[in-house]
Design a protein around this ligand. Structure first.
Ligand code: SF4
Length: 410
């Protein structure tokens, strides 16, 4: 978007492209639901194009990368489909000029006080159910110095919170430098002036870089927060998923993380209904969730993805109704755990950042809450004090309800 603006276009990150203008749809091809949402969006825009409400319509991203020929044949209203990384081709198509190189500058589509910072693309892990390595290719770390430059540039634009992302954060550096450099990167980022929070998303448990834990413990602006997808706990399911870890190793890792970074908030993702998952495996997973008491949890029902090992070699043998029932049970259990953990926070003082205003409330987050996926901290507006979006305040938690916390500024 930054490069398009550089070429003279005005860009809005909005699903309501102005009448008669150009729309570029970014798609996701990760799992069935995401693919359906992408297709639905393309069809909505194709309809607008056929009613002459749009001048041009382009589609890019993972789904387009994977099914370029099929989509081009099926949806004729789209002027052109591009692959996930075809930014130069899109720029050439639109501006008919050699594209400018911005390297790391970009237009933010998040509120101006936080930004996602991608440190690598692709994945080398090859989990049996996952299509991501097939779409994005092998792991490719971004150069260390380039990430630092981008973070400094973002800080200069007013960004105060960085969300570090990659398909697999914990492999950073191995492909490019022959050694894991995640801890070093996070530590260096933590010295950038103006960056008050650094949050880590998408860690992988096998070969976890333990030196990262010292940085998380010692550097105050590295959030005590880690998003680490475990997917399951039953040994035979972990093995069938090609996760290269056992239940015991996984449990020991979680215990180590909690011991080395006291008070850390752990978010995980789990999957139900993977081929061969029995009722016993599922009960084992429920017991594990009870035992581990993750602060946050997301869960998916397995969906068979084209070209993956599981799709080619394993029968999708858990009925959809069973998958859904297990998913509902797992989420209901996590809701109970989250309610208990939230109730324990009442009376506690936390630093919060204000994300936005909504009706009678300021909507804020603490270092334990990532935007969009985690609960929010709601602060009732008070006539005597106006709070600033993107500013940090000290708050005391007064109540909890339905996954969200209520607080007062102190
Ligand atoms: S680590 Fe994540 S992105 Fe990589 S293959 Fe496994 S699930 Fe997919």
């Amino acid at each position: 978007m930054y490069r398009l603006q550089d070429a003279g276009f005005t860009c809005v990150h909005d699903s309501d492209a102005p009448h008669g203008e150009i729309a570029v749809i970014n798609t996701c091809g990760f799992i069935g639901d995401a693919k359906e949402e992408s297709i639905r969006t393309i069809l909505q825009f194709a309809e607008r194009k056929s009613r002459h409400q749009l001048r041009k319509l382009y589609v890019m991203g993972c789904l387009s990368e994977r099914y370029l020929t099929e989509l081009s044949d099926e949806i004729r209203e789209v002027d052109r489909f591009f692959g996930k990384f075809d930014f130069d081709k899109l720029l050439e198509e639109l501006s008919h000029e050699a594209p400018s190189e911005s390297q790391y500058k970009r237009k933010l589509t998040t509120p101006s006080h936080y930004a996602y910072l991608k440190i690598a693309e692709g994945c080398n892990r090859r989990c049996a159910y996952c299509a991501i390595p097939l779409i994005t290719g092998p792991y490719k770390s971004r150069p260390f110095d380039e990430i630092i430059l981008e973070a400094e540039w973002l800080a200069g634009q007013g960004v105060r919170e960085l969300q570090l992302i990659a398909q697999d954060l914990t492999y950073y550096g191995i492909d490019l430098y022959g050694t894991n450099r995640l801890a070093e990167l996070v530590e260096k980022l933590s010295y950038i002036k103006g960056i008050e929070w650094i949050r880590l998303h998408y860690a992988y448990p096998t070969d976890f870089p333990l030196d990262l834990l010292r940085v998380m413990r010692e550097r105050e602006n590295v959030c005590k927060y880690l998003d680490i997808a475990l997917q399951h706990c039953s040994d035979h399911i972990l093995s069938a998923m090609h996760r290269h870890i056992t239940k015991q190793q996984q449990t020991e890792l979680i215990e180590t993380i909690r011991r080395e970074v006291p008070g850390i908030c752990l978010r995980t993702t789990l999957m139900v209904g993977f081929p061969t998952e029995t009722d016993d495996d599922f009960q084992e997973l429920m017991d594990y969730v009870r035992q581990m008491r993750f602060d946050r949890m997301g869960a998916f029902a397995y969906s068979e993805e084209d070209g993956t090992f599981a799709q080619r070699h394993l029968a999708d043998d858990v009925p959809e109704s069973v998958k859904q029932k297990r998913l509902d049970q797992l989420m209901a259990l996590q809701q109970q755990i989250a309610d208990q953990l939230d109730a324990e926070k009442i009376g506690r003082q936390l630093k919060v950042i204000i994300d936005r205003e909504e009706d009678d409330y300021y909507v804020a987050r603490s270092e334990f809450d990532s935007p969009d996926v985690d609960p929010e901290v709601l602060i009732r507006k008070d006539q005597t004090r106006k709070l600033q979006i993107g500013e940090f305040y000290q708050a005391v938690i007064t109540d909890s309800e339905n996954f969200d916390l209520y607080a007062k500024i102190i």
